[in-house]
Design a protein around this ligand. Structure first.
Ligand SMILES: [Zn+2]
Length: 408
């Protein structure tokens, strides 16, 4: 929830501020969260100025109080992985028939200049308004699929009142001799980066995936992120087709890419996704791996030891029919977990609370763990400031009303 009134206050039956919470792994995810019952939160100029029990807190004279009723407020959620560029493709792709069938339905629809720019930007703008209405505080966005969308997306997010990190995705196997690293930025974002220098603090080069982006470019993008203290994002172990292509060099995903982007003499690395990402030294602190559907317990242990975070997108995985990440094992092996919706090409909406509800219902993950994943864990995974994912004085005053079905 977000409002533009200069000073206001809200009252709720319960607020979970997560004020002293750190990013949590393993059993730390299940610890009790401190709560304030019959709580009031005071906001001034978009920032939290105070919160506490209603009977103990003094409202400023000009402050309007809205009683939200019997609800539980948490800090604004952080949706760590989505594709706002592709919002115009909602309901247009093939679901539940596996990753390759979905990809085959997506490729012909991707923006290549023939779609009016307003169609793209209007869909992004609508998605950003929806994200704000869901109580989103920050989004990790994959950028770079069409010209000028980076600046338009950034503007829409800021107008809607939430923060955004743009992961500008490298794709393909084109060789480059560029020693300035200019080629690490997808061609579609380069003009926006030149014309809008203020975007620099919110962008990082990213890799699409181990099977779709050259190893050389993935390595250089990760090196750039290490050097500039940026988060490096990569889709990892999303589907059985990905594992088949990387280990055996065959299968339906290989056939799609062989016809389009793979170089003539491409050879499978002969390794499972996690092992290949380790070989290329792509993991480690400030790497955000996305999906992790095809990871076994030992791979989860290795991933955790590198310090990388993993963004789960459980509804997207279900919609595509690629299987589901073994969340209990990932927790047992101490992986740093957060949540994302993925884009509207593989989900019905961008409400990351619905990912949490899905994991509560389908995998019996406790509410405390899910609330941490939605807030403080995602803040760490995206490398955000110390107040991100928390309701404390000085923090941005984004907050989220937990869905009624959420058990806590
Ligand atoms: Zn994605």
């Amino acid at each position: 929830m977000q409002t533009n009134k200069t000073t206001f206050a809200v009252k709720a039956r319960r607020i979970l501020p997560l004020a002293d919470e750190k990013a949590a792994r393993g059993s730390q995810l299940f610890g009790r969260l401190k709560s304030i019952d019959n709580a009031v939160l005071i906001v001034h100029a978009g920032q939290v100025v105070a919160l506490g029990k209603a009977r103990e807190i003094r409202l400023p004279g000009d402050c309007e109080l809205t009683d939200l009723g019997p609800v539980c407020l948490i800090p604004g959620t952080i949706n760590a992985h989505t594709h706002l560029d592709l919002s115009y493709l909602a309901e247009k792709t093939t679901w539940r028939k596996g990753f390759s069938a979905w990809l085959q339905s997506l490729i012909p629809l991707l923006p290549r200049g023939q779609i009016p720019p307003e169609t793209l930007t209007q869909a992004i703008h609508k998605a950003c308004q929806d994200l704000a209405a869901y109580g989103t505080a920050h989004v990790g966005n994959i950028a770079g699929s069409a010209d000028h969308l980076l600046a338009a997306t950034d503007d829409s997010a800021r107008q809607a009142g939430f923060g955004i990190s743009h992961f500008c995705e490298c794709f393909g196997f084109a060789q480059s001799q560029d020693e300035t690293n200019a080629d690490l930025w997808p061609p579609f974002v380069r003009r926006d980066l030149q014309e809008r220098p203020e975007l620099a603090e919110r962008v990082a080069p990213a890799g699409h995936a181990l099977y779709s982006t050259s190893a050389e470019k993935l390595v250089r993008a990760k090196q750039f992120c290490r050097k500039h203290a940026r988060v490096f994002s990569l889709h990892l172990a999303e589907s059985p087709e990905e594992t088949e292509m990387l280990t055996l060099g065959r299968g339906s995903l290989f056939e799609i890419f062989r016809q389009s982007i793979l170089p003539e003499h491409w050879q499978a690395p002969g390794k499972r996704p996690l092992a290949y990402a380790c070989q290329l030294n792509l993991l480690g602190a400030r790497t955000l791996a996305v999906h992790g559907v095809d990871l076994d317990a030992q791979e989860a242990q290795v991933l955790a030891a590198t310090g990388a975070a993993l963004c789960l997108c459980p509804r997207s995985n279900q919609h595509l029919g690629v299987g589901s990440a073994d969340v209990k094992t990932l927790i047992e092996e101490n992986v740093l977990l957060c949540l994302g919706t993925d884009g509207l090409t593989s989900n019905t909406d961008l409400d990351v609370c619905q990912e949490a509800l899905f994991l509560q219902e389908q995998a019996d993950i406790p509410g405390e763990a899910l609330i941490r994943m939605l807030t403080v864990n995602a803040a760490r995974a995206l490398g955000l400031g110390k107040n991100a994912g928390r309701l404390v004085p000085g923090a941005a005053a984004n907050f989220c009303i937990l869905p009624q079905q959420f058990l806590f």
